[in-house]
Each structure stands twice: as C-alpha cells, then as structure tokens.
Write a protein that binds this ligand. Structure first.
Ligand SMILES: C[S@@+](CC[C@H](N)C(=O)[O-])C[C@H]1O[C@@H](n2cnc3c(N)ncnc32)[C@H](O)[C@@H]1O
Length: 395
C-alpha cells in the first residue's frame, strides 16, 4: 500500500500549492479507478498523472527540468549538446533543403541551442517546427525561443497540432519516448498478469489481474522471444507502435534522431532486469515508486529500441545507426566544441561545462545509458555522430 504523500523525511516537502495540485490529480486518478470498475491499468494511471490536460506532471505548472526542478536533461546541462546535434542535422538540411522539427521540446532549451548552432553553420532552415502535447510547455518554449532568437529568426518558428504531411528535413526528439505511458506485467507459469492501481483506505495499492487483448498478445510475444521466467516484471509501451507509424507516415524524406534512456530488447529483458525499468524523479531524488506524489514527479521507463526499429522498418524507414550517447557526441565533435569554448569563457563557467560533459559522456551517467537511433528515408549520407553505425546488432 502506498500513501501518495508519505515521502521520506529527507525529501523536500511539496509547497502548499503543489500539494493542493497533487490532491486534485489524486482525485482525478480516484475517479478514473472508479470509472474503470475499481482497478485502473497502470498505463492509464501513468497517462493521467503525467499527461492529463491541465493536471498531469507535463501538462501543469511544475518546474520539471534543470537545477530547480526534478531532473536534468542533456540540453539543460550544456549548449554543447545542441551544438553536436546541429553538426548531425546540418548535412540533412543541406541535402534535403528541408525543415527542422523537434518533438517534445520541453523548456525549448534544445531548440534554442540547436537553432543558434545551425545559424552559425549557415544552415538555419526556413521553418523551425515544434510538436508538443503540453499547452503549458508550448508557452514555455515560446518564451525561451523568443528570448534566444532574433526576431528575424524567431519568425521561422511554428508549433504543429499534429504530424505534418510530407515532411522533408530533420526530426529530433530527446527524452520523449521514455515519458510514454507503459503497461507493467508480471510473468506467471501460465502467462502474464497486468498491473492495476486500486484504492485503499489510506492510498493506493497494486492489483494483478490476468491480461487480455493486445496486452496479452504483446507480452506473450516478449515472453517467448526472451524466454522470460515466472516472476519477471517488465513494461510494454502500448502507444509506441502507432506513434512510430505516424512519424514514418509524416516523413517523406530525411532523418529522424531519437535520443533516450533505453537499449535493445535483449538487454532490456535480460534476467538481471527482472524488476523492470520504471524510474521516478522528484527534486533530483530517483526512486521506483510511481504511486507517490501524483502529478508532482516524473515517471519514466527505458525505451525498447528493438520495438522502435521494428516499427520504423514496418513504416518504410531505414534503421541507419544505433549508438550510445558517448559515441554519438564523440563523433559529432564534442571535443572541438569544448575546445572552442576553452578560449572564450571564464574559468568557473568552463569548469561547469567540463562537469556537464562528464555527465553526458561517462558510461555510468548518460554516456551509455542513453542511446541514439538514426532513422532515415531517402537519405544515403553518413552523418556526424553516426559514422560508426554502432550497435545495430544489439537490436
Ligand atoms: C522529459 S521531457 C524532455 C524535454 C526536452 N526534449 C529535453 O530534452 O529537455 C519530455 C517532453 O516530451 C513531451 N511529450 C511527451 N509525449 C509527447 C508526445 N506524444 N508528443 C509530443 N510531445 C510529447 C513532454 O510534454 C515534454 O515536453
């Protein structure tokens, strides 16, 4: 049983406003549990606490990214990340003459850095497009980009409501797929059970029920393919296939760069990971209880890049490369980008940049835990970041 508000004493307590907001999210989850007949599938719970309009973690006012928030993403650490991504994207824009699209741009920091670096390379595209499902974050992106770009460049920025048609150019998404709602399953001797959230007097609890339909089919396939033993707990992302299909349909020509915590399915479903990959972040504390702090903490699951690759191929895209973040950044020129800073920024700022680069590159930090996948259509050109093609055999 989890009392959603019983957090460890050494964690910063939510402010009264945050707590009042969290209570509203809790009430929305309780209503959803009731509407579902007393037990809510975990994916519906995760969708509600992360993405419910005006309520969920990503859709409401929490600070989220950066030092004052709950977790730090690569672009929030240093502009060198955006500079490296610009080196990978520039040849795509040159070859196709197309546009740039970012999906899930968060605070807008990455696009601000990426657009700035592309401008310096003389490769700023005619249109800079953003696709973001949170209205609150769209507003933050608007503020960040209006501040970062001169008026003449900001006029190229536009927000999309849905997938574009016949898109030509480069698509990037950093840490977007790991925020998609997942189902949790547990393998049994007969098949698999599906995790549900139920109400108790003082909070919420897990209930395991037999799964049916798409859930049962998907988990049966995973179980057979990876020989999952009874007791194995894992996740499956029900929205991934349709999302990649939408992306594939939208892309007429160009490249997609997906960057996320994750791995190939063989690694993701190996015996040592029999507890699953769910992780939660609240004020820089990482833990594994998604029933805590509804609407006030991030919940993620590692991305199954094998599933991404298979869905991409079904959609007619080529899986051109799969590398670690460290491999990507080395090949995309992080050393040169750092050296360029060394001559121009004061010592303390350079020290902070060096720390950020360590976090991006070290294997136990983001260097190996974050993977970068390159998907292409109608583009046969080696791109900085992916010239080793990397670990396609791991998929
Ligand atoms: C963890 S944040 C990453 C933000 C940013 N890319 C960065 O690196 O700092 C996830 C972002 O993806 C957005 N998002 C999640 N699912 C999405 C979807 N299906 N379509 C568009 N944006 C989505 C969230 O609202 C948020 O902006």
């Amino acid at each position: 049983m989890t009392d959603p508000w019983a957090i460890p004493v050494d964690w910063p307590p939510p402010s009264p406003e945050a707590l009042a907001h969290g209570r509203r999210v809790q009430a929305a989850v309780d209503a959803a549990i009731e509407a579902a007949g007393g037990a809510l599938p975990f994916a519906d719970y995760m969708e509600c606490v992360l993405h419910a309009p005006g309520l969920g973690y990503y859709s409401a006012g929490a600070r989220k990214f950066g030092v004052g928030g709950d977790f730090v993403t690569a672009p929030e650490l240093t502009p060198l990340f955006g500079a490296c991504l610009a080196n990978a994207v520039a040849p795509v824009l040159e070859t196709t003459g197309g546009d740039l699209l970012e999906i899930g741009p968060g605070s807008g920091r990455l696009m601000a850095d990426l657009a700035g670096a592309l401008d310096r390379l003389g490769r700023l595209p005619r249109r800079i497009l953003l696709l973001e499902r949170s209205a609150e974050l769209r507003e933050r992106q608007r503020e960040t980009l209006a501040q970062a770009l001169p008026e003449s460049k900001y006029s190229r920025v536009a927000w999309l409501e849905h997938w574009p048609e016949g898109f030509v150019g480069a698509v990037v998404a950093n840490e977007v797929l790991d925020a998609f709602a997942v189902e949790r399953f547990r393998i049994t001797p007969e098949g698999a059970e599906r995790f549900h959230v139920v109400r108790r007097a003082d909070g919420w609890d897990w209930a395991l029920q037999p799964g049916a339909g798409r859930f049962a089919e998907a988990v049966r396939a995973l179980r057979e393919r990876h020989d999952l033993p009874p007791g194995f707990v894992g996740e499956w992302c029900p929205g991934l296939e349709a999302w990649i299909a939408g992306l594939a349909e939208a892309l007429a020509q160009g490249a997609v760069i997906l960057i996320d915590y994750g791995e190939g399915a063989r690694a993701r479903y190996r015996p040592e990971r029999s507890g699953g990959t769910l992780k939660c972040h609240y004020r820089h504390r990482m833990h594994e209880d998604p029933l805590l702090l509804p609407g006030l903490q991030d919940i993620t699951a590692d991305v199954d890049f094998t599933a991404v690759a298979e869905a991409a191929r079904r959609g007619g895209m080529a899986v051109a490369a799969f590398v670690t973040q460290a491999e990507f950044l080395m090949d995309a020129g992080i050393e040169a980008a750092f050296e360029a800073q060394a001559g121009s920024v004061p010592g303390p700022a350079l020290w902070r940049t060096a720390q950020a680069v360590r976090t991006l590159m070290l294997p136990g930090e983001m260097g190996e835990r974050v993977r970068v996948m390159l998907l292409t259509r109608g583009l046969d050109r080696p791109l900085p970041g992916f010239r080793g093609r990397g670990r396609l055999a791991e998929l």
